[in-house]
Design a protein. Sequence first.
Length: 609
Amino acid sequence: MCGIVGYIGKNQALPILLEGLKKLEYRGYDSSGIAIIGPEGLTTEKSVGKLANLEQKLPSRTITGTIGIGHTRWATHGRPSDANAHPHLSPNGRFAVVHNGIVENYLQIKEHYLAGHTFCSETDTEVIAHLLEKFYDGDFEDAVRQMLQVVRGAFALVMICLEEPDKIIACRKDSPMVLGVGDGENFIASDVPALLSHTRQCIYVEKDEICLLTAEKIIIKDQNGNIIDKTVHTIAWDAESAEKDGYDDFMLKEIYEQPQAFRKVLSGRIEQGKVAFSEFELTENELAKWRKIYIVACGTAYHAGLVGKMIFEKLAHIPTEVEVASEFRYREPMLNEETLVLVISQSGETADTVAALREAKAHGAKVIAITNVLGSAIARESDYTLYLWAGPEISVASTKAYTTMLIAEYLLGAYFAQIKGTITNERLAEILHALAQLPEKAQQLLSNDFIQQINTIAEGYQKVHNLFFIGRGLDWAIVLEGALKLKEISYIHAEAYAAGELKHGTLALITDETPVIALCVQESTYEKTISNIKEVKARDAQVLIVTSENHQQEAAQISDAQLLLPLADNFIAPILSVIPLQLIAYYTAKIRGCNIDQPRNLAKSVTVE
Ligand code: G6P
């Protein structure tokens, strides 16, 4: 949610800022802007819409200068417009600010500190630039410190000052920020992909730290002005992993990366027939304490949690509830030392999930995180963290992070079960064997022939207005994610229903214009789902069945189209079942001409509550 970049060094800032923003556009894309200090003073350019609009404005007046900041926005306060785009300037035009997050008390600040000031935008951010001007008395750092005494909220800020053009100052409360360490140049970004083509040496900025960047050095101080000794990390990803690599869209690339991501999330975690994690080791006593698990997450990660519930209850015999994070924290859930809270988040920075995590910890619950982002807020604040190792996920619609979240849950469930003794060695061996086979089976689903079948199905959906997904048990958890994928990127209204529940009201919506996608992989409910399929067929719905290849014959008899999945252990099968649904969403959106990686109104990571 909002991408910020900063550069100071020996090269022209403009191309570096634009390139960095391009890498961060997944964080927000309703407007963008840059500010650069150069021979002409402090110059800004901003534009509503995608970054391409800003680039179009620029060639006529190239802005020179070797220090600058940039921003790509996902609107919170004030609609997308040129005026609301960042950077925001102080009234005298000598300070420029880019901001990710929310200044919660901006209205009080306007009243108490900035009475009489005229503002050019409807944003909360503009008060920061005004405060810097008000507090500036020849010392930029001091003005920033005074400003930080006044503002409340969750934010990351990057600021420049015309009077002190040899430095950028950056600070963060809750929104993420990473510094890139170069040679005679330094970088700031909301996320690692923006740094990768320049440096792989990076410093993660923590809450309440203030960073002073010059071309030659980076100094990081705490709230009291003491210098902090920070670790410089080497990023393991290469620049290509954040590029489209010949694919039309990041989403397609990320769908195709799944076999590889499966190998990574499994790697080193199955040893001699047992699950082991290098990140942590739990004891029997510790596990015995946990009488209940809450899985808390948002969006796609919440859907992964629904599968998790079935895993933890079945394998580890621990009652499990799943809740969306934005509801969980406000309903006073029963949390204590006997509760385990599992937070799941691709980005590790979703504000609702972070808040739920803090609520859990405040009540004495232990927290395990499943996340993809190293050093993210959720990883740092949890008691234990299990990384997905899926590589950067850029497309707003999550795919490989979702399937690797499922694998992480299966591993964790099996790990609990082996410690608690709630699984036989034979069943454990079967599950681990089935997990190890996943990369190969996922690869089969990405064959040209299968993609061709999906394309034909997607063509049939291009003019559809409403669509139903049905399934039972684990199949139901997966169709929820399938429907979300389709809605997010194709804008077709889709509903996922527990197949047995359809007849209790919603069947009224089924007509020959409402196609139904039935996921029918779970053998234990296969026959029941087939009956539900017959119910919708009897109301003239066009039905696509997604089932295992052993059901080919029956599926062909009762449906209009079939997609057949390779046989897999039924309990593990959901990881494969979702892949055709991801592909249906992708190709339907593609045929409808949608912007797949940047769907309207959405952002990849949502750092406001
Ligand atoms: C946003 C994204 C979703 C994502 C959700 C949770 O809404 O658009 O795709 O599932 O955030 O993100 P997280 O990073 O916590 O998994």
